[in-house]
Design a protein around this ligand. Structure first.
Ligand SMILES: [Fe+2]
Length: 201
């Protein structure tokens, strides 16, 4: 049985950038329903959304894939944010990679704006050139990025509309400047480098 991951910070601790109301209905409503439906569709056979997701891929169950992908992506979204005093800073390696990514903030928020309807933007480590390189992927519904994701802003309206009505670009900018947990992103960067290197060798 997949146990829902508790929100890793108090509901009101991301204010004023993300409201308590947004986090309560997003985490306790949307996310918990994805976990619940994944458990129902698998009779509780799996302990993580990723296990259920890969099982859905194997058996071609599109409905299960959608629920498991959403549960997995939401966990990473909530885990990837932190209150102001806990956000840390990018590791030197991630900092260099972001500097090498030309116009990263603009590229990220342009991609966010390009997502039609509900979806995700993923900053991934793609195996390009001499080694894993940061790139941006967008996904919808039951799809997950093809490469390890370092950061995953969620750009469905329910993620931001209460706090930034009709202003996804503003939400994207605030998410990057005020909400990213850089310690988590730096850890994922190291893990992504390891995975990408293992695939190449
Ligand atoms: Fe969501």
């Amino acid at each position: 049985m997949i146990q829902p991951a508790p929100l890793p910070y108090p509901y009101d601790s991301l204010e004023p950038w993300m409201s308590e109301a947004t986090l309560r209905f997003h985490h306790d409503g949307h996310y918990l329903r994805y976990v619940q439906r994944t458990n129902e569709r698998t009779q509780g056979r799996f302990t993580t959304p990723s296990e259920a997701y890969f099982h859905a891929l194997e058996i071609g169950d599109v409905g299960l894939r959608h629920q498991a992908a959403q549960a997995w992506a939401h966990e990473r979204f909530f885990e990837g944010m932190a209150p102001p005093l806990r956000r840390g800073s990018p590791s030197p390696a991630l900092g260099r990679a972001l500097l090498d990514f030309a116009d990263f903030p603009e590229a990220l928020c342009n991609a966010a704006q390009s997502v039609f309807g509900s979806g995700w933007v993923h900053v991934v480590l793609a195996p390009l050139g001499d080694g894993p390189t940061l790139r941006i992927e967008t996904t919808h519904g039951g799809s997950l990025p093809r490469h390890p994701a370092v950061m995953t802003p969620h750009v469905s309206e329910h993620a931001y509309y209460l706090d930034y009505p009709d202003d996804r670009p503003r939400f994207c900018q605030v998410w990057l400047r005020q909400l990213v947990d850089w310690d988590v992103a730096s850890r994922r960067y190291v893990e992504g480098q390891r995975r990408a290197t293992a695939v190449r060798s």
